[in-house]
Design a protein around this ligand. Structure first.
Ligand SMILES: [Zn+2]
Length: 187
């Protein structure tokens, strides 16, 4: 399996344990806690990726508010006693994903994935040789003719070791013509 590092991507950052400013001194108590945490994590299938998010209540203190929007690699400790914030566990199985659909005219497709995206376009009629443009938010624009019966493969790549939000805009430059897309990516 590909080794990934989850760090420092702005709002989407995933932190190993607590951010530095939230880590207290290493008491026996916290050591015990972190051991318990590891044992809990073993209850999930090892190939699954697990992260945690904190959802502060409207009146939560600044410390709690500061934890919003961060992906924690391990279950974060509550910053203070009586913290009522919701802590959610998220889990997904890394691997290949496929999105299939059709477009006539134009449409948008968005998803979160890693840095490599393959898109196969097939012309399912009626124009024999329509031009199709795919504009991505991260890796530029590609334009090609898509002949009937000859699928075309497009390739979009960026360098990233974490998940990014992909946004694709499909445009078919022919009247009454439908293009089928198969998008392959990994997450
Ligand atoms: Zn709280």
């Amino acid at each position: 399996m590909v080794k990934r590092t989850f760090q420092h991507t702005g709002n989407d950052q995933l932190v190993y344990g607590l951010p530095k400013h939230m880590v207290g001194s290493s008491t026996n108590e916290s050591l015990k806690k972190s051991k318990t945490r590891k044992e809990n994590d073993n209850s999930t299938t090892p190939e699954n990726v697990v992260f945690w998010t904190v959802h502060p209540k409207a009146k939560a203190c600044d410390k709690c508010q500061a934890m919003e929007g961060i992906k924690f690699k391990e279950k974060p400790d509550r910053p203070h006693p009586n913290c009522k914030c919701e802590i959610r566990k998220h889990e997904y199985k890394p691997g290949k994903r496929t999105i299939v659909g059709t477009v006539s005219g134009s449409r948008n497709v968005s998803f979160a994935g890693l840095g490599h995206v393959d898109i196969e376009l097939s012309n399912i009629g009626v124009a024999p040789l329509p031009g199709v443009r795919i504009t991505s938010n991260l890796a530029g624009m590609q334009e090609r003719l898509v002949p009937l019966g000859i699928p075309q493969l497009f390739d979009f790549n960026i360098l990233t070791d974490t998940h990014v939000n992909w946004d694709f805009w499909f445009e078919v430059f022919a009247e009454n013509t439908t293009i089928r897309y198969v998008i392959n990516y990994e997450m």
